[in-house]
Write a protein that binds this ligand. Structure first.
Ligand SMILES: *[C@@H]1O[C@H](CO)[C@@H](O)[C@H](O)[C@H]1NC(C)=O
Ligand SMILES: *[C@@H]1O[C@H](CO)[C@@H](O)[C@H](O)[C@H]1NC(C)=O
Ligand SMILES: *[C@@H]1O[C@H](CO)[C@@H](O)[C@H](O)[C@H]1NC(C)=O
Ligand SMILES: *[C@@H]1O[C@H](CO)[C@@H](O)[C@H](O)[C@H]1NC(C)=O
Ligand SMILES: *[C@@H]1O[C@H](CO)[C@@H](O)[C@H](O)[C@H]1NC(C)=O
Length: 490
């Protein structure tokens, strides 16, 4: 049974490799649980041609699926420390360990057309347990990640954060992962099974990196662009640079903050943190009780995809109005920027914020290189027992009090926390969104504020409210399922 599944699942080149080399040298793909990737439609847009729908899919991380001894499903492979019997070295480990498919509803993942809902907790019949999914966008080939090349381009999506309170983080971001998931002879599964994760935190604790046993405490590093880290109370968008190109390993001090190979702090904008406390939140300018569209533009020095990245601009669309990120700030260094602050990330802004590691490791120009080479789109929902996510929404960064983000408090009081992303589109600047309302964009031109080119406002995109309804339907299906499951099991 194992062979036909492997044959069906592997691309011709890899299949040839598998057939011509001893099967025992490759980490096995399990046959117990099939891997069925949830579909999530996305769109690629051009100014000239409009938007074209793609049948893209999602895959969960390799470490959030069953990964076990080939002879015994009850013995896990992905433990820390690694099991020395199974994994004395990467090749033996690959021979002994089997990566299985996973049932996505059991991870708190629901999709419908272009909408994705993620839940932090699922009810198992007696209690809520944390599932905290993290997913990667797969290309239409169902084998490799979808490369997003966003230099001189924009990305837009609709989001519903109304069910995400203090301490929660519904995230949509990019990492410069290998598009095959670092597929190799010892890791034939690759992106299809969610291997190859990396980010600018260079985590040194994963038991496996790129599908291989992490036997020497390496960290997995790469450039990261946090487009959206948010809940209903606060939001931040943050580029993080690294010294290396693509996905790479760090060792020892290289993995650290301040002396390391990646910028862990980043150069972000959180409008509340900059002093604009009435911009984003329930009932505020961006009203988080209702869905809205988030647009992020990666503008270059010469308005071409070969120029240097010079600005990362954020716009919102809600109730038919285009709303630029607020330029209000009480931060004097930011107020005093040459040319003024427009609520966007520029290299001068990063200097004013003293984002030293960001600049040391390449700054906006470096981030632009990564965006040009191609990055993987990632979705996650999570909370944080260590710091209660206060860097996002507490203290100076948001209205949440010191204990509101405690996961114990969240699961006790709002276990149904969820986020819905939908209508994900990317392409030419101005091609992925428009103001809704009367033809001629009268609404748009009245509401466009400083820093927004009116021409952008006149162009394409639509339908956020409809998709959001689909999103909330999807969510109620999940809640319904959880309740049903609970009733069934009890
Ligand atoms: C390590 O793997 C071996 C082989 O499956 C198993 O017998 C043993 O119980 C495992 N050890 C642990 C700590 O899981
Ligand atoms: C750690 O192991 C990886 C994978 O085998 C290898 O590529 C890397 O060079 C090793 N790092 C060090 C510092 O030995
Ligand atoms: C790097 O971090 C490790 C572990 O926290 C620490 O032992 C080491 O001193 C750090 N190195 C530097 C240069 O900060
Ligand atoms: C790039 O486009 C912007 C907005 O349309 C314009 O203001 C700017 O002058 C252009 N820059 C160059 C170098 O052409
Ligand atoms: C903190 O916020 C939570 C949730 O909003 C609330 O239940 C709690 O009473 C607050 N605690 C304090 C000390 O204000």
């Amino acid at each position: 049974m194992a062979f036909p599944r492997l044959a069906a699942a592997l691309p011709p080149l890899l299949l040839a490799l598998t057939l011509s080399s001893p099967p025992a040298t490759a980490q096995k793909i399990g046959t117990t649980i099939p891997e069925v990737h949830p579909k999530l439609e996305t769109q690629i847009c051009t100014t000239a041609g409009g938007c074209v729908t793609q049948q893209t899919k999602l895959v969960t991380d390799s470490l959030s699926r069953p990964f076990h001894d080939v002879n015994n499903m009850a013995v896990p492979c992905a433990t820390m420390p690694l099991n020395a019997t199974l994994c004395p070295d990467a090749a033996t480990c690959a021979q002994n360990c089997v990566l299985e498919g996973v049932e996505y509803s059991s991870l708190g993942v629901m999709t419908k057309n272009s909408a994705l809902t993620l839940r932090q907790y699922l009810f198992d019949g007696s209690a809520f347990s944390s599932v905290s999914p993290r997913l990667y966008l797969l290309a239409e080939d169902d084998m490799n990640y979808e490369p997003l090349k966003l230099l001189n381009q924009e990305l837009s999506f609709d989001v519903d954060v109304s069910q995400l309170g203090c301490g929660m983080n519904g995230a949509l971001y990019l990492s410069e992962m290998d598009m095959s998931g670092s597929r190799s002879e010892l890791n034939p599964a690759g992106a299809q099974y969610g291997t190859g994760y990396c980010d600018a935190q260079c985590f040194t604790t994963p038991p496996f990196i790129n599908g291989l046993a992490n036997l020497n405490n390496s960290g997995s590093c790469c450039n990261e662009m946090d487009i959206w880290e948010a809940n209903s109370q606060a939001t931040v968008y943050t580029p993080h640079t690294c010294s290396g190109v693509g996905s790479f390993l760090c060792a020892g001090d290289e993995c650290n903050k301040t002396v390391g190979v990646c910028d862990k702090d980043g150069c972000g904008i959180n409008s509340f943190g900059l002093g604009a406390k009435e911009f984003y939140g329930p009932g505020l300018t961006i009203d988080t009780t209702r869905p809205f569209t988030v647009v992020t533009q990666f503008l270059t020095s010469d308005n071409t995809s070969t120029g240097d990245l010079v600005e990362i601009r954020r716009l919102y669309v809600q109730n038919g109005k285009i709303i630029p990120n607020t330029a209000e700030t009480t931060n004097t260094a930011v107020q005093n920027l040459a040319g003024g602050f427009e609520g966007t990330i520029t290299q001068d802004y990063c200097a004013a914020r003293n984002a030293k590691d960001f600049t040391r490791l390449g700054g906006l120009k470096g981030m632009g290189g990564s965006l040009a080479r191609g990055m993987v789109l990632i979705f996650s929902i999570w909370n944080s027992p260590g710091d209660f996510m206060s860097w996002l929404d507490g203290g100076n960064n948001g209205p949440c009090n010191a204990t509101a983000g405690d996961p114990a408090q969240i699961v006790a009081t709002q276990p149904d926390v969820s986020v819905t992303f939908s209508n994900i589109k990317w392409g030419d600047i101005g091609s992925t969104f428009k103001a809704e309302g009367p033809a001629g964009s009268a609404v748009a031109s009245e509401t466009v504020e400083k820093g927004v080119n009116n021409a952008l406002a006149a162009q394409s995109g639509a339908g956020s409210e409809r998709a959001m309804m689909a999103g909330s339907l999807t969510m109620s299906v999940v809640v319904g399922l959880a309740v049903l499951l609970g009733a069934f099991l009890s």
